[in-house]
Ligand binder design. Structure first.
Ligand code: AMP
Length: 378
């Protein structure tokens, strides 16, 4: 551990593993607060690398780079769950690291994550672990059909998932995924999806952001609506469950818990050990945004006020829109209550998250209506 006492104050250097948009927004928040930032990411064009004081262009397992990062930084965090847990452990010999390797190891492996949730009494969709083709039959009996076969590692935004109705289809999907460990999940009739972003400090203090209602398209988040249009009791329950997950993990840092709402009940879908796409609304609609909160938790500062200042609708901007002369930024920027955030990615590919915009309006239905209109007009 670093000898640097908490809190770590502005002027110090903070490190981040991963240089995507989440790392970029962390970097912007940290630099705004007067910290220096070092980003480790192998991609020379990484969105966060361009914003950082120093971009270490190396692999996440590169011992030399990890040593350099650990020596230069008072504290290091991560922006993605697939960072090797061993790298976090190695870094922790040199400086403060949050979140810890244990929590990241759980969140980065779907089998591990689902099993941990079940063992700790959290409701999930019915699931069974699939370690071999032979186990598919029993798994499908346990979950019922239709079901979703999901790879345990490195799946994201609906990738590495297949909907299966029969044992034959399950076998074909399992082979298609190369026979790697999977989770088979019963297909749930979703009423709604919601999420809670929170921060937890060393001392176990928790600050929860308002509940977001999330709409997905093709497995990718499309729109977040805040406050979520759910009964107060359900929103309260989601926040309590999210806090209980963070407490049981002994989590330090910002994390997100995604929920399904089915039959009026909550099921936990996923845990993300980092700020989350469904928390981007906080950038413009809350007293403290999720990235400032990440800096505060990492540095051992008091957590910021998570109060919602305005109802908001957040819309993701995917690479699909870079055609036919689009996107039409002029249409978007003509509105004085829309805040645009672009991530500085050079290549626009279908499905790639290029940016987002937040629509703020005291009237939530008006915010949502304008968000939908602009989503279509872009
Ligand atoms: P995931 O990557 O597991 O979060 O899945 C991406 C999206 O697919 C979710 O946000 C849901 O919209 C949908 N989905 C995932 N799992 C299920 C399930 N068991 N039942 C119904 N829809 C699901």
């Amino acid at each position: 551990m670093s000898s640097k006492p908490l809190p770590i104050l502005p002027g110090a250097t903070l490190g981040i593993l991963g240089g995507g948009q989440l790392g970029r927004m962390f970097t912007i928040a940290a630099r705004t607060m007067g910290y220096k930032v070092m980003v480790l990411d192998p991609d020379f064009a990484s969105p966060a690398g361009k914003m950082a004081d120093v971009h270490l262009q190396a692999d996440y397992t590169d011992h030399g780079a990890l040593r350099q990062l650990g020596a230069a930084c008072a504290a290091v965090t991560t922006e993605f769950e697939n960072v090797p847990a061993a790298s976090l452990i190695e870094l922790a010999n040199h400086c403060r690291v949050s979140p810890g390797a244990d929590a990241v190891a759980i969140a980065q492996d779907r089998s591990h994550e689902k099993s941990w949730l079940r063992e700790h009494g959290f409701a999930t969709a019915p699931f069974a672990l699939v370690a071999s083709e032979a186990s598919l039959d029993a798994a499908l009996t346990a979950t019922g059909a239709p079901a979703l076969l999901k790879v345990s590692r490195f799946g994201y935004d609906g990738k590495g998932q297949a909907r299966v109705g029969t044992l034959e289809e399950a076998r074909a999907a399992y082979r298609e995924f190369g026979g790697q460990p999977c989770v088979l999940e019963g297909f749930v009739q979703l009423e709604l999806e919601i999420s809670v972003v929170l921060a937890r400090s060393d001392a176990g203090e928790c600050a929860l952001f308002p509940v977001a209602e999330n709409r997905h398209e093709n497995g990718i988040l499309d729109v977040s609506i805040v406050p979520a249009r759910v009964p107060d009791a359900l929103a309260r329950q989601a926040r309590e469950m999210a806090r209980a997950v963070a407490d049981k993990l002994g989590y330090v840092g910002v994390m997100a818990v995604e929920f399904f709402v089915a039959g009026g009940q909550l099921m936990i879908n996923e845990i993300a050990p980092r700020p989350h796409n469904s928390g981007h609304y906080t950038l413009d609609a809350c007293v403290t945004d999720q990235f400032e909160q990440q800096v505060r938790a990492l540095c051992g500062l008091p957590l910021g006020d998570t109060r919602l200042l305005s109802p908001v609708a957040m819309v993701n901007i995917l690479g699909d829109r870079w055609h036919d002369g689009g996107p039409h930024w002029d249409a978007l920027l003509a509105h004085d209550n829309i805040k645009l955030h672009l991530y500085g990615k050079e290549a626009a590919r279908p499905g790639r998250k290029m940016g987002h915009f937040n629509v703020l309006d005291a009237d939530l239905p008006a915010a949502l209506a304008l968000a939908e209109k602009m989503r279509a007009a872009l």
